[in-house]
Write a protein that binds this ligand. Structure first.
Ligand code: HEM
Length: 223
């Protein structure tokens, strides 16, 4: 009886592990924050306040896209600090999905921005203003990154070229910071991006001070 229970528990844990490690589960987790956004849309539309809802979705999706971007960027420095962390390792294996989710929320952001403004003339009128232009340029940088974010494209482009393209994410991150600071005029983004900058500085310092094996062999006394 006890051994049957043990087998059941084992089978349950194995099934649970399989679900949690599946890509579908991770996509569901990434899609979850969109639920309150669309509930707001449904609620406000019923009250004939569609424009207010569109504006709320612009804000919510912008913040979500930015947080996912920050999470994706912080994983490599976090790996340097916690090389044995299973959570960081698990997330690193799924970083591509986090990046695509950030891009998808940026598209939602853009779509509801159009809905909010209501006319192409208004969109074009503010296109060149610093707060909006920074958003557009960041999004244009994300497009080729999102398109090439799969194994086939990594092979087609070659790892070096693919990696160089992906490094554009740092330029995009600076633009997103500028975009958020200009359109919202709140200091909060400085805290989030500041934390990422600190993590990146630590990673850089760690990489620079890492002794190369060849140097260590050449000068065993200093090892
Ligand atoms: C296509 C280009 C983009 C346009 C036209 C655009 C437009 C806007 C506008 C009009 C707002 C102000 C909303 C308000 O009045 O509060 C805003 C806010 C914001 N956007 Fe964008 N955006 C773009 C791209 C992006 C991208 C790529 C990201 C991040 C990945 C982003 C992140 C944010 C954030 C974090 C906010 C602040 C939300 C808040 O007020 O709390 N935007 N954007």
């Amino acid at each position: 009886m006890a051994s049957a229970e043990k087998v059941d528990t084992h089978a349950f844990i194995t099934a649970l592990k399989k679900i949690v490690s599946s890509a579908y589960f991770f996509w569901a987790v990434l899609a979850l924050p969109s639920v309150p956004l669309f509930l707001t849309l449904a609620e406000e539309s019923q009250r004939h306040r569609g424009a207010a809802a569109a504006h709320e979705i612009v804000e919510g999706s912008g913040v979500l896209a930015t947080f996912l971007l920050l999470i994706a960027l912080s994983l490599s420095p976090l790996e340097t600090i916690f090389p044995k962390s299973r959570v960081v390792g698990w997330l690193l294996q799924r970083r591509r999905y986090i990046g695509i989710a950030a891009f998808s929320y940026s598209i939602v952001h853009l779509v509801f921005y159009f809905v909010d403004l209501g006319s192409l003339r208004d969109v074009l009128a503010e296109f060149a203003t610093p707060g909006i232009l920074t958003g557009w340029v960041a999004l244009f940088i994300f497009v080729p990154m999102a398109i090439t974010s799969n194994t086939v494209m990594t092979r087609v482009m070659g790892w070096r070229r693919w990696k160089m393209l992906q490094r554009g994410v740092y330029v995009a991150a600076v633009l997103v910071l500028a975009h958020w600071l200009i359109v919202d005029t709140e200091p909060a983004p400085l805290i989030f991006f500041g934390a990422l900058a600190l993590l990146e500085c630590y990673r850089l310092w760690k990489n620079l001070t890492k002794r190369k094996p060849r140097e260590t062999l050449a000068n065993p006394v200093s090892a």
